[in-house]
Design a protein around this ligand. Structure first.
Ligand code: ATP
Ligand code: MG
Length: 398
């Protein structure tokens, strides 16, 4: 086997993007390059409809590990460059299949060929036959059978003009669109289970996501911020170049506690979060806010209360989890590797000064009356002035 591996990357959805296709492809290629940064000797190519990577063999596994975090990739394979020679292809196929054969058991297999070089002297079915029959000749006695519909192992061949590649399985990518091609959004990230999942879904639709965290350290300690930094570091693996904005929130919460009706507190906190989020989004050129809200999950997430919060800002508010139940959200959180951090115990800021019976149907006139009782504009400016920025790429892990 050669000292190089060829990684073949497929991107179904961008493939459909018509005239914008080049833009999406470049965006994906740049993201892949960034994801593989620091791996010496890795080279990139962009033949039609594919990204190809040549990697020194010892680095191929690390490349594959990192590609699994890049939105926009539908699937990829780690393959081998071969000469368009049936003996050579079959020999390599045999080497790849042999470890899967268990004595006495049947193993179903087939060969599938795609020709990007249509001038090649054999058609795809002919190539399947040439290579497949040679493999069968060597391994039929060990239990290998041809079964095109239910193959457990597929030897795939891509025959191109300049090169041919052979590989034995496809690794699923996270699909979607490459980060950056849709623009930037600002995600309200708490330490809970939901908002990290919501942030991930926006990345998968091509957004670069920055994070804003409302911190109530004097009352809650550092636990909340630590969690949010760990979560955002994990999320940043899917995109890079994200930032976390930490807004001191205690003065606003104390003012609301001291001046407003207890049953409105949570919605009033949330209105302040949206207002600050919108101001920051404008400043850093984000085109929307993102939250982890899901309809009916808690008292503050009824239709009435969501409306009573959204109406304070003109910016778009995206809630990718709105129709999901908790079990679905948890399943996603496990998959994106945020769940274990999210369930670490740490109080969240909305539970401080939590009333015993929060209103489920806030009335806007009452909320506005409450807000006229404290100088929220001044407190908001003050909090924004004290906002800290953390660059996630430069944040050391841990
Ligand atoms: P999560 O699991 O994301 O914390 P949740 O189900 O606990 O969500 P709430 O606490 O009602 O729901 O919060 C709703 C949304 O408001 C969160 O998903 C998040 O987007 C935002 N949010 C809440 N608290 C904060 C905070 N301290 N900083 C930033 N955003 C917050
Ligand atoms: Mg929460």
């Amino acid at each position: 086997m050669t000292e190089f591996r060829t990684l073949l990357i497929r991107y179904d959805e961008i493939g459909l993007k018509g005239r914008n296709r080049k833009y999406f492809e470049n965006c994906l290629l740049n993201n892949i390059k960034r994801a593989l940064d620091g791996l010496d000797g890795v080279r990139f190519r962009l033949p039609r409809g594919r990204v190809m990577i040549d990697s020194p063999a010892p680095l191929a596994d690390e490349c594959a590990k990192r590609l699994a975090y890049v939105p926009g990739i539908a699937s990829f394979s780690v393959g081998y460059q071969v000469n368009p020679d049936f003996e050579e292809m079959a020999a390599l196929g045999i080497q790849l299949i042999e470890p899967h054969l268990r004595s006495g058991d049947e193993l179903k297999f087939c060969v599938r060929t795609q020709r990007t070089d249509k001038s090649f002297y054999k058609t795809s079915p002919e190539i399947n036959f040439e290579v497949g029959s040679r493999i069968m000749a060597a391994l039929a006695e060990k239990g290998l059978v041809v079964n095109i519909k239910e193959a457990e192992i597929v030897i795939e061949l891509e025959i191109g003009r300049a090169e041919s590649v052979l590989f034995d399985h496809r690794i699923p990518g996270i699909r979607g669109l490459p980060v950056g091609c849709s623009g930037n959004v600002l995600s309200l990230l708490s330490g809970g289970i939901d908002s990290p999942v919501a942030s991930f879904f926006m990345m998968r639709r091509g957004c670069r996501v920055h994070f804003i965290f409302f911190d109530n350290q004097p009352f809650l300690g550092r636990g909340g911020l630590d969690k949010v930094l760990k979560l955002s570091k994990i999320l940043n693996r899917y995109q890079s170049r994200g930032r976390v904005y930490v807004v001191p929130f205690q003065d606003i919460q104390v003012a609301i506690r001291d001046h407003c009706s207890p049953e409105n507190r949570v919605v009033l906190y949330r209105r302040m979060m949206y207002r600050i989020g919108q101001e920051l989004a404008k400043k850093i050129k984000c085109l929307g806010l993102v939250t982890g809200e899901s309809l009916g999950q808690v008292a503050s997430q009824t239709l009435e209360n969501l409306a009573a919060v959204s109406c304070v800002v003109p910016i778009s508010v995206f809630r990718p989890l709105i129709g999901m139940d908790k079990q679905e959200i948890i399943a996603h959180a496990r998959k994106i590797e945020t769940y274990e951090i999210s369930i670490e115990p740490a109080p969240d800021c909305c539970s401080v000064f939590m009333p015993s019976r929060p209103a489920t149907r806030s009335r806007i006139d009452k909320l506005e009356r409450d807000e006229s009782k404290f100088p929220w504009q001044d407190l908001m400016q003050e909090a924004m002035g004290k906002t800290e920025v953390i660059d996630l790429d430069s944040l050391v892990s841990g």
